[in-house]
Design a protein around this ligand. Structure first.
Ligand code: ITT
Length: 207
C-alpha cells in the first residue's frame, strides 16, 4: 500500500526544512507547494495567525484533494504592541512597490525601530499556529510559542526570517546560531507540531 501523503501548504523553504525534520519517521510522504507550481497564491488577509493558517490549509486541501498542513507564524514584540505579528513576512514592504522584502530587510527595519531600547524592553515571542485540514472537511489545530529577546545586532547563519536577531536566553545565542536540530527542540513550530504529531499518528490510517 502506498504511504499516506500530506501537503505542507507553504512556499517558505525555511519552514519546509524544519517541518520535514519534525515530521520525519511518521511514514507519511511529505509534499510542499513547490510540488504544485500551478496552485494560485492564497491571500493572507486574516487578522490572526490562526485565521490565516486555517484559510491556507483548507484551500490547499480543497485544491489538491490531499490532507494539507499550514503554518502561519511570526514575531510579536511586546514594546511594539505585538508588531510585526501577522505582517512579519512583509514588515519592510514599501506599499508603493510590488517587491516582497527579504528576511534581512525585515529584521533590519525591526533593529532600527528598536535602536536604543534597553534589554528589559526587548522581550519578544515567536508564535506558530498550525492547521491540518483533511479533504473530508475535518480540521485540527495547534499553537506553539517561543519566548526570547530582540538582540542588539544580527548573529548566526542558520534558520530563516528573524532568527539572526532573536535571542534565546536559555542558550545565550541567537536562534540563527543554534542550528536546525536545537531549534527544532525549542521553537514555536516544534511546540505546535508536537501536539499535532500525536493527532497525525492517530489518524494516519485514514489519510
Ligand atoms: P507561507 O505563507 O508560504 O507559509 P510566509 O513566509 O509568507 O510563507 P508567514 O505568512 O507565516 O509565511 O510569515 C512568516 C514570517 O514570520 C516569516 O517570513 C518570517 O519572517 C517570520 N518567521 C516565522 N517563523 C520563523 C522562524 O522560525 N524563525 C524566524 N522567523 C520566522
Amino acid at each position: 500500500m502506498a504511504a499516506p501523503t500530506l501537503v505542507m501548504a507553504t512556499r517558505n523553504a525555511g519552514k519546509v526544512r524544519e517541518l520535514r525534520a519534525l515530521l520525519e519517521g511518521l511514514g507519511i510522504e511529505l509534499l510542499s507547494l513547490a510540488d504544485f507550481p500551478d496552485l494560485p497564491e492564497i491571500p493572507e488577509e486574516g487578522a490572526t495567525f490562526a485565521e490565516n493558517a486555517g484559510t491556507k490549509a483548507k484551500e490547499v486541501a480543497r485544491l489538491t484533494h490531499l490532507p494539507a498542513l499550514a503554518d502561519d507564524s511570526g514575531l510579536e514584540v511586546a514594546a511594539l504592541g505585538g508588531r510585526p505579528g501577522v505582517f512579519s513576512a512583509r514588515y519592510a514592504q514599501d506599499r508603493t512597490q510590488p517587491e516582497v522584502p527579504g528576511d534581512a530587510d525585515n529584521w533590519r527595519k525591526l533593529l532600527e525601530e528598536m535602536a536604543g531600547m534597553p534589554q528589559e524592553e526587548r522581550g519578544a515571542r515567536f508564535v506558530c499556529e498550525i492547521v491540518l485540514a483533511l479533504p473530508d472537511g475535518r480540521v485540527f489545530k495547534a499553537r506553539g510559542e517561543c519566548a526570547g529577546y530582540i538582540a542588539l545586532e544580527p548573529r548566526g547563519e542558520h534558520g530563516f526570517g528573524y532568527d539572526p536577531v532573536f535571542w534565546v536566553p536559555e542558550f545565550e545565542r541567537t536562534m540563527a546560531e543554534l542550528g536546525l536540530e536545537v531549534k527544532n527542540r525549542l521553537s514555536h513550530r516544534a511546540r505546535a507540531l508536537a501536539a499535532l504529531r500525536e493527532i497525525l499518528v492517530s489518524i494516519k490510517d485514514e489519510l
